[in-house]
Design a protein around this ligand. Structure first.
Ligand code: XLS
Ligand code: NI
Ligand code: NI
Length: 437
């Protein structure tokens, strides 16, 4: 038996809603069937390497508080390898099958790019053997193009060609790492791809450059035979004043404008949706309508704080809404529910990692059951179908089929009475949802 980093914590198991054990699932039972699939198959939970292993829980006013006894000041590569053991023990005990990382989460940046890439490859080898041993899978990998000062003015949108090239080199190495680990996807989050002021910015050139980088990535993907799904992750602000990938609609427009839509889906994050002034349901629906809902970064914000608080999802109303959209589009293909979430700064002990993930998994298990029941019941969908039924026949059908002109509709409207419309019944439908909570 190898050394345990969470010696006081056993495997988390399902004990049911009556359990009072904080280290047990009350609702998430991986093998439970919901509509012909197990909960594990539906939910495809992922853990974020950066939040679990690298987030010291600092905030703009204070230092990190997280106790991470495995970060023992040993050689950075030895320490990075040790963290892999810690992380996989965590995944194993909490029962999460997938994970995500940035290149710089898993391995340190060294004195040269070459040395950095070598360090990355060393840790990737270790991850590979851990995956083989445990059956855990990489949901997606990504390159961190936002933390280092060289990217302060952008990476793919940097005004400086050498920075752009450096970023491209990082994308290439991170794609290689993801490919080596049979990653199911690769995410682009444009951390610094935006601007602080238009006074110094050529927006058109920046966007052209960003699109070129993504096209190069598409070409490289083909060249190495990487079959994973590419994702773009929208986020409106923070860190820059304006982020180019500000919401799902902006991302889709960018992808369309630059002829990239066939190669990307979206990775939608709850807290980013709310920062964009949208609900998560809105963002997911926009993505799903475009056939581009790929994966989810599951977390939540705080209505009293205007930044990306990345809290663990515990709001059952919200998880039910997420699962409604997801189930209606047939569930995930390559994606999953990646907990891009961190503990509060006050929750600094290793066991808090477990409480946080247990809560998120239980909240989504309930959301899944609620959404499934609402869909089975069909009253909500029946109402919506009925609401649009005037487009199923007669003049409405002619409109949808493009058979009428403005003049035809003018003649039609003149020949009919002033239309009377039925109630939208919002309150009744809200009551219906609450029947399931
Ligand atoms: C930051 C983003 C980031 C991406 C991956 O707000 O959510 O964590 O998910 O780069
Ligand atoms: Ni995210
Ligand atoms: Ni985020």
């Amino acid at each position: 038996m190898s050394k345990s980093y969470f010696p006081n914590i056993d495997n988390i198991v399902y004990e049911g809603p009556d359990s009072r054990n904080p280290f047990a699932f009350k609702h998430y039972n991986a093998e439970d069937q919901v509509g012909g699939k197990t909960m594990a198959e539906h939910l495809r939970f992922g853990a974020a390497y950066w939040h679990c292993m690298r987030n010291g829980l600092s905030d703009p006013f204070g230092a990190g508080t997280a106790l991470m006894p495995w970060d023992d000041g040993s050689d950075p590569i030895d320490n990075a390898l040790k963290r892999v053991d810690v992380f996989f023990e965590f995944l194993d005990k909490v029962g999460i099958d997938f994970y995500c990382f940035h290149d710089r989460d898993i391995a340190p940046e060294k004195e040269s790019l070459k040395a950095t890439n070598k360090a990355l490859a060393t840790v990737v080898e270790k991850l590979k053997s851990k995956q083989a041993e445990s059956g855990k899978k990489l949901l997606w990998g990504t390159a961190c193009l936002f933390n280092h000062p060289r990217y302060a003015q952008g990476a793919g949108t940097s005004p400086f060609a050498d920075v752009y090239a450096y970023g491209a080199a990082q994308v290439k190495a991170a794609m290689d790492a993801t490919h080596a680990l049979d990653g199911l996807g690769y995410t682009f989050w444009g951390g610094r791809e935006g601007y602080a002021t238009l006074l110094n910015t050529n927006m058109k050139r920046e966007l052209d450059h960003l699109a070129q980088l993504l096209h190069m990535a598409v070409d490289y993907k083909k060249a190495i035979g990487f079959k994973g799904q590419f994702y773009i992750e929208p986020k409106p602000r923070e860190p820059t004043t304006h982020q180019y990938d500000s919401d799902a609609a902006a991302c889709l427009n960018f992808l369309r404008e630059y002829d990239l839509l066939d190669h990307f889906k979206l990775n939608i994050e709850t807290n980013h949706a709310t920062l964009a002034g949208h609900s998560m349901q809105h963002e997911l629906t926009v993505a799903a309508n475009a056939g581009a809902l790929g994966s989810i970064d599951a977390n939540r914000g705080d209505e009293l704080l205007g930044w990306d608080t990345d809290q663990f999802p515990t709001d059952i109303y919200q998880t039910a809404q997420v699962m409604l959209v997801l189930l209606k589009q047939g569930g995930f293909v390559t994606g999953g529910l990646n907990f891009d979430a961190k503990r509060r700064r006050e929750s600094h002990e290793p066991e808090d990692l477990f409480h946080a993930h247990i809560g998120g998994m239980d909240a989504f298990a309930r959301g899944l059951k609620i959404a499934h029941a609402i869909i089975e019941d069909d009253r909500l969908d029946a109402f919506v179908r009925e609401r649009y039924s005037s487009f199923d026949s007669g003049i409405g059908k002619d409109i949808e089929e493009g058979k009428v002109s403005l003049a035809d509709l003018a003649a039609y409207a003149e020949s009919t009475d002033d239309p009377q419309i039925p109630s939208g019944r919002q309150e009744r439908l809200e009551n219906l949802i609450n029947e399931y909570l």
